[in-house]
Write a protein that binds this ligand. Structure first.
Ligand code: NAP
Length: 324
């Protein structure tokens, strides 16, 4: 099924909003794209990048007449935005979002959704550690999953239209219940980020290893954590504030397994360590065969010659940051 919305309104125009704008325009998925954001500098940046057709600081004005509205701001801003736009939402419109948590979004936005508006929260499992309107690129969603969590009263035809929109941008779409989404993402995305923030913080605090040594020898595994730990602080603060229960449940499981590893290292239990590492290697291989990662050495990272004799270069790459 192909789809073309009359007016697409994007509230928030950072990495995800700008990527949607670029992909929707390239694929002809909307006749008009209206962009609204909080700061005038950001709006001007979006205008200079020619991301849309209408630019306004007034979110209600952006959504007026829109048949698809997607919230692309940090989740912590959603409730206030929902309150602002609710009176301007048109019956028959689809209201969606891209937030990394879903039950909280249903809880804070749901009560403001007027009758006749289809509320279908969403989450593209795609991202990078870069932020802002200039970070977006049209291919961000290609070959990546997008999870949609249609609310019970949404007509199936409306969900099909949103599925077609995401498929038009190259995504594969899965329908899921919001609470289940939060459990799955807690283990696949939120806990890995927490671990990355922690390990990079610990390395930074060490007294016996200098900062220059941490940077110099980062290729030994640490570098991949630094990429994740460079993700947007505001967005990730909001993720942990709004997916508390699922994160704590998964963190409990993680800490139990970590103490199993600690005991195996402490007691020199080689077979236990080897058996765990063999199991985890198989998971990596199944992610590659599912097409969600490349088998190329060093995570398929494109290498550029570092400007000698500088420290290792962190190469900008796509598809790695948040949820990818
Ligand atoms: P981002 O690059 O930091 O952009 C956020 C945008 O929201 C900016 O344009 C910011 O503009 C705007 N904004 C902030 N507060 C606002 C408010 N109160 N009202 C209107 N606009 C506001 O962030 P992002 O990475 O695109 O993330 C946006 C959403 O996508 C988040 O909910 C996140 O959970 C989700 N997500 C992110 C990723 C990822 O990898 N980054 C992946 C999947 C989903 P101003 O400069 O005007 O404040």
């Amino acid at each position: 099924m192909s789809v073309k919305f009359r007016k697409l309104a994007l509230i928030g125009i950072g990495l995800i909003g700008s990527s949607i704008a670029l992909a929707a325009r390239r694929q002809g998925l909307a006749e008009v794209i209206a962009i609204s954001t909080r700061k005038s500098e950001t709006l001007e940046e979006a205008r200079a990048l020619n991301l849309g057709d209408i630019y306004t600081l007034d979110a209600a004005e952006a959504v007026r007449g829109a048949d698809l509205v997607i919230l692309c701001a940090p989740v912590g801003a959603y409730e206030a935005i929902a309150r602002t736009i609710a009176p301007a939402l048109e019956p028959g419109a689809i209201l969606s979002d891209v937030g990394s948590v879903k039950a909280h979004v249903v809880k804070v936005v749901g009560p403001h959704v007027p009758a006749g508006v289809s509320f279908i929260p969403g989450h593209p499992i795609a991202g990078t550690e870069h932020s802002g309107p200039s970070a977006g690129f049209a291919e961000l969603f290609a070959g990546r999953w997008c999870i949609l969590t249609p609310q019970p009263d949404v007509p199936p035809a409306q969900t099909e239209k949103l599925v077609a929109f995401w498929e038009g941008m190259g995504s594969d779409v899965e329908i899921m219940e919001a609470g289940h989404h939060d459990m799955v993402l807690a283990i696949t995305s939120h806990i890995p980020h927490l671990i990355a923030y922690n390990i990079v913080g610990t390395a930074d605090d060490l007294e016996t290893v200098t900062k220059s040594e941490v940077i110099k020898f980062s290729a030994g595994g640490f570098r991949d954590f630094t990429r994740i730990a460079a993700s947007d602080p505001v967005m990730w603060r909001d993720v942990f504030l709004t997916n508390r229960e699922a994160v704590l449940e998964m963190l409990g499981r993680f800490l139990e397994d970590l103490s199993v590893l600690q005991r195996a290292v402490d007691s020199g239990d080689g077979p236990a360590l080897e058996s765990i590492f063999t199991r985890t290697r198989a998971i990596r291989r199944s992610i590659i065969s599912a097409g969600q990662e490349t088998a190329a050495a060093d995570f398929g990272r494109p290498h550029e010659a570092p400007p000698a004799p500088a420290a290792p270069v962190f190469v900008r790459e796509h598809g790695g940051g948040d949820d990818a």
